[in-house]
Design a protein around this ligand. Structure first.
Ligand code: ADP
Ligand code: MG
Length: 292
């Protein structure tokens, strides 16, 4: 590509809210065969809200929510904010906590009112030796509704199943349609549970889903996708996404996401909308189309 065409393309990108941090990205994007996309904060708003809470026999709903909010009050995960806000909304007194620990890709643990509270994914409960089977019908329903089920254990006893739901960004469906119109496969990569991820993917017409991926597994997943699909661009917003953004053929960060993601990316979408991805690829094709 000539320096002039790159300059023109980069300038046009800026007008579209697409920032090319690497001039090379503009040249590489036209080779894209598949686009892998993080779910939370990229396809969705990244601001989940609590939708459901079902306690096990012998547990009090308000008490469990207050303990859960206490355990989550020091976590920075979007799920934590949803739970703390729900407790505030119900005007519960959130007890003080001690011994807080965050277990990446799993959940949190803390002590509140002298009780050990653990909150997280089903695999976290399994790791604690707890059987979540009694909540299986509820979990199946929540997942099929696109809600993310979580579990609460109090002093080593399964106390509740909770669900949070994160709205899809209004711009997401149109962006996926535009990627399909460009002949590209769209793949979701998420740490969330498989049923929830499938339900959201089905709603959006996403071609493939890789769910329950631990943060350190995102790069391996991406490499597997590159082996099957060829040139793969990755779109993400979180700290967890930085390694995959760096490993992708082109890493694309949502500009409203974390600084760590933006710094690991080749392209930044200033508007925060996924529509920037088909725009950038179309721009690459238009600018670089006649240059080998
Ligand atoms: P993602 O952002 O894609 O959900 P994470 O690796 O951050 O990926 O989290 C994976 C899963 O671990 C979450 O979907 C949730 O089930 C559980 N988890 C992580 N952090 C928390 C937390 N603070 N509270 C409850 N569950 C959590
Ligand atoms: Mg995210």
């Amino acid at each position: 590509a000539t320096p002039t065409s790159i300059m023109v393309g980069t300038g046009r990108g800026a007008e579209l809210g697409v920032l090319f941090r690497q001039g090379e990205a503009l040249q590489l994007l036209k080779h894209t065969q598949a686009v892998a996309v993080d779910k939370t904060g990229t396809l969705t708003e990244g601001h989940p809200a609590l939708t459901d809470l079902e306690v096990a026999e012998g547990f009090d709903r308000a008490q469990v929510l207050a303990l859960t909010a206490a355990a989550e009050s020091r976590s920075e995960h979007p799920i934590a904010r949803a739970i703390v806000q729900a407790a505030e909304h119900e005007q519960l007194t959130v007890p003080a906590l001690s011994d807080f620990a965050s277990i990446t890709g799993m959940g949190v643990r803390a002590t509140a009112l002298g009780q050990r509270v653990e909150v997280g994914a089903d695999r976290f409960m399994h790791a604690l030796g707890l059987d979540v089977a009694r909540f299986a019908p509820t979990a199946a329903r929540l997942g099929s509704e696109g809600k993310s089920p979580l579990y609460v254990a109090v002093d080593g006893q399964l106390a509740a199943i909770i669900a949070v739901a994160d709205p899809i960004k209004p711009s997401t469906p149109g962006a996926i349609a535009a990627l399909h119109a460009l002949g590209l496969k769209v793949i979701m990569i998420t740490g969330d549970n498989a049923r929830t991820a499938q339900a959201i993917a089905a709603r959006l017409g996403i071609d493939e889903v890789v769910a329950e991926v631990l943060p350190e597994g995102k790069v391996t997943t991406l490499q597997q996708l590159q082996a099957t699909h060829g040139h793969v661009a990755f779109v993400g917003d979180g700290i967890n996404d930085a390694p995959a953004l760096a490993a992708a053929d082109v890493g694309i960060a949502i500009g409203t996401g974390t600084d760590v993601a933006v710094e690991a990316a080749d392209v930044v979408l200033m508007s925060g909308s996924l529509q920037g991805v088909p725009n950038a690829i179309a721009l690459s094709k238009a600018t670089m189309g006649n240059i080998r």
